[in-house]
Write a protein that binds this ligand. Structure first.
Ligand code: PLP
Length: 324
């Protein structure tokens, strides 16, 4: 499960900062959210299980479910987050749902309180599991981060997943699962078969880093930095495109999504951009079914402020001028 001292520190952090309902015994340390999804899918689902996924969604979460033999039920996402009524219509008795309520990936909506209640009620009613991917919740600008969905659940039906990939760095490969108490043994059995246990070294370093207050300071500092980068990116987009392209999901996280005209192919733009060393991710790849929107997912967490305006200028030149 990981080092107990680290899990005690982390449980305290998650209770205070994310309003997660957890004891150290429920925390399993894993190598990032990716392993967390893999272990959770293996425990909760069987081949053939129907599982709701957000449409569009995080591609690597879909890969986990498909690898586990699940049948995906794409459920549309709007400004309020996952559309629960649409999910119920599509497949009422799904075995589970994977959601990113704090900051939907990739469209960036923050799930409303009403939708959270609706989702929890649905899961409780049909006995389904919810996997909450809380991958970058610390970064909400201009408002406090929304507390976790897991903390609102009174039926122990939410498996909560978090990671240090966004607040620190992805190559650390440290993430965690908060497991409902009744399922701990099953998670341990699956995990044990996979890789026995996580490396001790980073856990000890991280525990000290958190305990000494460095982590909280780092998150506060980087939040201001990322907010500044986001502001420069939004200003540059508005300057270059004169408000002609819609920007989605600027309230939180380390990316935003720029909608491009439907006649454009976001894949082609991304390929042209890569030739100029501009890394964009095509939104259409986030759809399981046919893409509803063409757009570009722009990460700004790792973009130095001075480089952003020039990058947006280059992007403008890549889009067909006649279509803007
Ligand atoms: C939706 C989502 N979940 C999780 C992660 C983090 O993955 P990991 O913790 O495996 O590095 C990412 C990273 O890009 C992500 O976009």
């Amino acid at each position: 499960m990981g080092s107990l001292s680290f899990r005690k520190t982390l449980a305290g952090y998650l209770r205070t900062v994310r309003a997660v309902n957890c004891e150290p015994e429920q925390l399993m340390i894993v190598s990032g959210s990716q392993q967390a999804l893999e272990v959770s899918a293996r425990v909760l689902f069987d081949p053939g299980s129907r599982v709701w996924i957000e449409e569009p969604s995080y591609r690597l979460a879909r890969h986990v479910l498909l690898g586990a033999g699940c049948r995906l039920v794409p459920v549309p996402v709007d400004q309020e987050g996952l559309n629960i009524s649409a999910g119920i219509k599509a497949f009422h008795r799904a075995r589970g749902a994977i959601v990113s309520p704090s900051h939907q990936f990739p469209l960036g909506s923050i799930m409303t309180i009403a939708r959270r209640h609706q989702l929890l009620e649905w899961a409780d009613h049909v006995g389904s599991w919810i996997i909450e991917d809380d991958y970058d919740s610390e970064y909400r600008y201009r408002a406090m981060p929304v507390p976790s969905l897991q903390g609102m659940d009174s039926h122990a039906g939410v498996v909560y997943i978090g990671t240090f990939s966004k607040t620190l760095f992805p190559s650390l490969r440290v993430g965690y699962i908060v497991i409902p108490k009744d399922l701990i043994d099953r998670f341990v059995a699956i995990r044990h078969a996979m890789d026995l246990f996580p490396s001790q070294l980073y856990q000890d370093v991280l525990a000290e880093f958190i305990e000494a207050g460095h982590y909280a300071r780092h998150v506060r500092r980087t939040k201001l930095l990322y907010q500044e980068r986001r502001d420069i990116l939004v200003d540059s987009i508005n300057k270059e495109f004169g408000g002609g392209l819609e920007i989605l999901g600027t309230e939180a996280g380390l990316h935003l999504t720029l909608k491009v005209p439907q006649q454009e192919s976001d894949h082609e733009i991304a390929l042209r951009a890569a030739k100029q060393r501009l890394w964009l991710y095509p939104l259409s790849s986030s759809y399981f079914g046919s893409p509803q929107l063409q757009g570009l997912i722009l990460g700004f967490g790792n973009a130095p402020e001075k480089d952003i305006p020039g990058a947006v200028e280059r992007l403008k030149r890549l889009l067909s001028p006649s279509r803007l």
